[in-house]
Design a protein around this ligand. Structure first.
Ligand code: NAP
Length: 302
């Protein structure tokens, strides 16, 4: 799909400072609607996302509810397994293994973090690569590193989809990713640097020194830290694309890593917070689940 297919008028919404607003809600809805069309066109085959929620953490409950709602809108079925916070490691692993072995389940999402005392790595190890729609297992990460087909972690994939959708040029451009977690920063760097995207990424972190000077060299900044307002105007080269992944719960409400008001004056494109990268994580989870059903032979391969 080309940019023109998505944006026939060639006009994007802009911030008061003139930056293109990379609207994640809108793109997520487009992805979900497109998946629904494709599933409908195939005669509504069974495509199933299983969600596993352990404990009663409120944000996790909301995330899982939203994921199931979007699966429904995409024409998929969701199966939900809710387990109490005091479940044993063995019982949790048994519940996840059951889903892993069920041919009627195509994607499995284990909502993280797990309550204290439960080992997430051992649970993730149980997921077959085809069903690992969060892209977090060592097999999925290995496939990403080796350039083989597999599921890419949803949040960094969402960042890539936003840049494609809003016409952010990546080839030959310099990028700085702030944050080096295996959930976001590390796969983000791999995606930016791989063939076809062809950016030149730098991975910055808490020991990087003069972060503002490092970021000012960049055409693309992806902030995945969790420090509210870390990225200010002094970090931003005029015209750069700035994508905010961070989420901090502060007294003033949920805030991103980017000081939106000052940065939008300089940036060429910017994600809002909320309705930027967050909804795209869910959109990409739906995309991965559709692809999981294809990998498992439940849908035609093209
Ligand atoms: P994480 O595992 O805590 O990693 C944070 C990274 O930020 C680390 O690499 C850390 O460096 C770096 N860092 C911390 N303080 C820094 C500073 N002052 N300057 C530069 N780097 C600094 O977090 P994560 O799981 O990657 O998540 C990052 C943020 O994204 C969080 O706010 C999380 O809530 C949010 N998130 C959002 C979505 C979404 O859908 N939008 C999805 C996942 C996560 P060191 O390695 O040196 O410690």
């Amino acid at each position: 799909m080309t940019e023109n297919d998505l944006n026939p008028s060639g006009e994007f919404e802009r911030t008061p400072g003139g930056a293109i607003l990379m609207d994640g809600n809108r793109l997520r809805d487009e992805i979900v609607a497109r998946l629904n069309e494709r599933i409908t066109a195939l005669g509504n085959p069974h495509v199933c996302l299983a969600t596993v929620l352990v404990g009663d953490d409120k944000p996790s409950q909301i995330y899982v509810r939203n994921k199931r709602k979007k699966a429904d809108e995409a024409g998929m079925v969701s199966r939900h397994v809710e387990l109490s916070a005091d479940i044993s490691q063995a019982d949790l692993e048994a519940a996840v293994s059951e889903l892993a072995n069920d041919p009627g389940v195509h994607g499995i999402l284990v909502q993280l973090p797990l309550p204290d005392g439960l080992d997430a790595e051992r649970v993730l190890d149980l997921l077959p690569a085809e069903k690992d729609v969060d892209g977090l297992t060592e097999r999925s990460m290995g496939r990403l590193v080796r350039g083989r087909d597999g599921h890419v972690p949803c949040t960094p994939l969402g960042v890539m989809r936003l840049m494609e959708r809003y016409g952010v040029e990546t080839s030959g451009k310099s990028a700085v990713v702030i944050g080096r977690s295996t959930l976001v920063g590390l796969p983000q760097v791999l995606l930016l640097g791989r063939k076809g995207c062809d950016a030149t990424p730098t991975l910055a972190h808490s020991r990087s020194g003069d972060l503002a000077a490092i970021c000012r060299q960049a055409d693309i900044i992806v902030a995945a830290v969790g420090v509210a307002g870390l990225v200010t105007a002094e970090f931003v080269k005029p015209g750069a694309a700035v994508l905010d992944v961070g989420i901090s719960r502060t007294a003033e409400g949920i805030q991103g890593d980017v000081d939106f008001d000052s940065v939008q004056e300089l940036a060429g494109a910017i994600t809002p917070m909320p309705r930027g990268t967050g909804p795209m994580t869910i959109g990409c989870l739906m995309e991965n689940t559709f692809n999981a059903a294809r990998m498992l032979g439940a849908l035609p391969s093209s």
